[in-house]
Design a protein around this ligand. Structure first.
Ligand SMILES: *[C@@H]1O[C@H](CO)[C@@H](O)[C@H](O)[C@H]1NC(C)=O
Ligand SMILES: *[C@@H]1O[C@H](CO)[C@@H](O)[C@H](O)[C@H]1NC(C)=O
Ligand SMILES: *[C@@H]1O[C@H](CO)[C@@H](O)[C@H](O)[C@H]1NC(C)=O
Ligand SMILES: *[C@@H]1O[C@H](CO)[C@@H](O)[C@H](O)[C@H]1NC(C)=O
Length: 309
């Protein structure tokens, strides 16, 4: 049986350092602390609080100053800023170092993090579909896709949203996520690639930007059972599809990778593996359903039939 790793890989996770503690009481306390720490607009600047107004450009990164390396994130924000706290939480989850934390299911994301193959963008609000955010993401994504082959085999782009000021549902986040994809399509200067179907219901559909297939996944504070899709702030983790193609290049590789990840996923999540985590191209499935999973044992739909219409 072949299953999707896509999901799993990278996406798994940025979930919850705090969440992954086995005891629920502790989890609730920790998450409350974190949320209150990052959710206080009066104490926390909600806009960019970079220490250096312009980060040092690295050789790999020219032109787009909001596409940040790990080092720039670690040195560029005040310790008490929401950006620093959200990043710290993300990191804790990925490396799963604290006591009592379960192994982060996507070992490839951990590898990508450790090898400094990730790049980061921080948004100005919790809604990635806002025009100002789409305008921030589009050039950074374009730049990221251009340099991604040089970043390594487990690279990802991590789009970090500002904390939500009030509680939102998975459905709310689902709408902002799809609104962002739609917005990116609208300002994408490249047309949809001919060899990728436009209908999101097609088993061969995949999101494309700049003519390139990519795999974006939504993690939200509202996912309470599917820990692998939980994060203290909304996060979109995106990989160029070639990352997954490499990982799943042969049947043998595919089975090894998906087997490992699904095993860890079962142990990590407090709910069954989603029925939407199927392998790309399998008749009757669609990758569109994998991007923002429900926090239930049910299959998710998609608000658009076609992102171009
Ligand atoms: C906000 O900051 C002020 C001063 O820096 C501090 O006294 C106050 O306790 C902080 N509020 C919260 C809720 O952390
Ligand atoms: C990254 O991904 C590949 C599979 O695409 C894997 O074989 C490799 O071991 C990973 N880790 C590192 C550190 O490159
Ligand atoms: C999850 O859904 C599947 C398919 O509908 C069903 O077979 C399975 O029993 C469900 N699991 C639980 C724990 O409800
Ligand atoms: C996202 O929205 C679509 C359309 O309303 C819906 O079918 C789908 O189940 C939603 N997904 C989630 C995760 O809420």
């Amino acid at each position: 049986m072949i299953v999707a790793l896509a999901v799993a890989c990278f996406t798994l996770g940025f979930g919850a350092a705090v969440l992954a503690a086995t005891d629920d009481g502790k989890y609730n306390k920790d998450i409350a602390k974190l949320l209150s720490a990052i959710g206080l607009p009066s104490n926390i600047s909600r806009s960019f609080t970079k220490r250096n107004a312009t980060p040092e450009p690295s050789s790999r990164q020219v032109g787009v100053d909001n596409l940040l390396t790990k080092e720039q994130v670690e040195n560029g924000f005040e310790k008490s800023s929401w950006q620093a706290l959200a990043y710290q939480d993300f990191k804790d989850v990925i490396v799963a170092k604290s006591n009592g934390m379960k192994t982060f299911p996507c070992i490839y994301a951990t590898m990508g993090y450790r090898a400094d193959e990730h790049r980061y963008i921080f948004l100005n609000s919790d809604d990635p579909s806002e025009p100002q955010n789409v305008r921030l993401i589009a050039p950074a994504l374009k730049e990221y896709l251009a340099i991604s082959p040089s970043l390594g085999p487990n690279t990802s782009l991590v789009i970090v949203c500002a904390p939500s000021e009030k509680e939102k549902s998975v459905e709310d986040y689902n709408n902002t996520f799809w609104g962002m994809l739609r917005g990116l399509r609208i300002i994408d200067s490249k047309s949809w690639p001919r060899d990728v179907p436009e209908s999101v219901e097609s088993e061969k559909w995949t999101f494309c930007f700049g003519g390139e297939p990519v795999f974006p996944v939504m993690l939200t504070p509202a996912h309470m059972q599917r820990w692998s899709r939980h994060m203290s702030v909304p996060i979109i983790a995106l990989q160029p599809k070639w990352v997954l193609d490499k990982l799943l290049a042969t049947d043998q590789k595919r089975e090894a990778a998906t087997g490992k990840v699904r095993k860890l996923l079962k142990e990590y999540d407090q709910i069954e593996i989603s029925p939407d985590l199927t392998s790309y191209g399998q008749p009757g499935t669609s990758e569109a359903r994998q991007l923002c999973l429900l926090d239930k044992n049910e299959t998710a739909g998609c608000p658009f039939d076609n992102l171009d219409r």
